[in-house]
Design a protein around this ligand. Structure first.
Ligand SMILES: C[S@@+](CC[C@H](N)C(=O)[O-])C[C@H]1O[C@@H](n2cnc3c(N)ncnc32)[C@H](O)[C@@H]1O
Length: 260
């Protein structure tokens, strides 16, 4: 903990560098928004020209190997770069105010690489034909994305994507301490953002083998990521998080659960 606090204050840049760091944070955030919005269309098969069911054709075995490798790159980047021990070492190289933006930059690159190199498996497992049912299913799936979006704001959107850090640095302030938050969504489940992804990925009017592989891979990653994240949250927030974990379910709200 003391090391983390120390790292927050390491490499505090001078005035000349601040503008560049802020510009870096803003450009990374804008790039992330574009790639993430594209990813919504890519997964859903809506609006964008190139989706999860498009791309270079490959034999099934090759497609599975390539897609699993891409998912693993994505998972490794998220898992390793989010760990406190990595941040502690990383901020000896990268100025501390740029750390989160750099994480977002690498996450954006991993997502773009995944979409770019994804090999389609377009054979259908199910395909709902009734139009109004398709509309309902799309609405639920897009609701999952809306939940992701809402959860980022519930927890601290600008901090999660590195903007708060670069803007505080711009005005000469150091990084704020981590705050344990349990706004409304976080009183229903501990991981509403991940729950939103699971809904968005699995609820589909047309399920191809490619999308199924994507849904299985990302859900598996989320289940592993939760363990690591909660381990770090307990390290940071101690008994507050331990108690919270006993009271609030992980991903699926309890029927009639008391919220408070
Ligand atoms: C991508 S967000 C996902 C948050 C959460 N796992 C979810 O699914 O809603 C990951 C960041 O949120 C932070 N975080 C998770 N739960 C938190 C809470 N209740 N209060 C403050 N920060 C939290 C973690 O420390 C991590 O930096």
């Amino acid at each position: 903990m003391a090391e983390m606090v120390e790292a927050r204050h390491a490499h505090r840049p001078g005035g000349v560098a601040r503008g560049l760091i802020t510009a870096y944070g803003l450009v990374v955030y804008a790039t992330f928004v574009v790639v993430f919005l594209y990813a919504i269309g890519w997964v859903e098969g809506l609006v964008v020209p190139y989706t999860i069911n498009d791309g270079p054709a490959a034999p099934v075995a090759v497609a599975v190997v390539v897609d699993v490798a891409l998912l693993m790159v994505f998972a490794m980047q998220h898992s390793v770069m989010a760990r406190p021990w990595f941040k502690e070492r990383w901020t000896r190289i990268v100025p501390q105010p740029m750390e989160r933006s750099t994480y977002v930059l690498f996450a954006t690159a991993a997502l773009a690489l995944l979409m770019w190199q994804w090999r389609p498996l377009p054979e259908q497992i199910w395909d709902v034909e009734t139009n109004w049912v398709r509309v309902v299913i799309y609405a639920v799936s897009l609701g999952g994305w809306a939940l992701v979006f809402a959860a980022t704001f519930a927890i601290d959107h600008f901090d999660l994507f590195g903007l708060r850090q670069v803007l505080r640095n711009q005005s000469g302030k150091s990084a704020p301490p981590s705050i344990f938050r349990t706004p409304m969504l976080y009183r229903m489940v501990r991981h509403p953002l991940y729950a939103g992804f699971v809904i968005a990925f699995w609820v589909a009017p047309t399920m191809t083998w490619g999308r199924l592989l994507f849904a299985v891979g990302t859900t598996g990653f989320i289940l592993v990521a939760v363990r690591f994240e909660e381990h770090d949250l307990i390290d940071t927030f101690g008994d507050d998080y331990r108690t919270y974990r006993t009271r609030v379910p992980m991903l699926v709200p309890r029927c009639g659960a008391r919220r408070g």
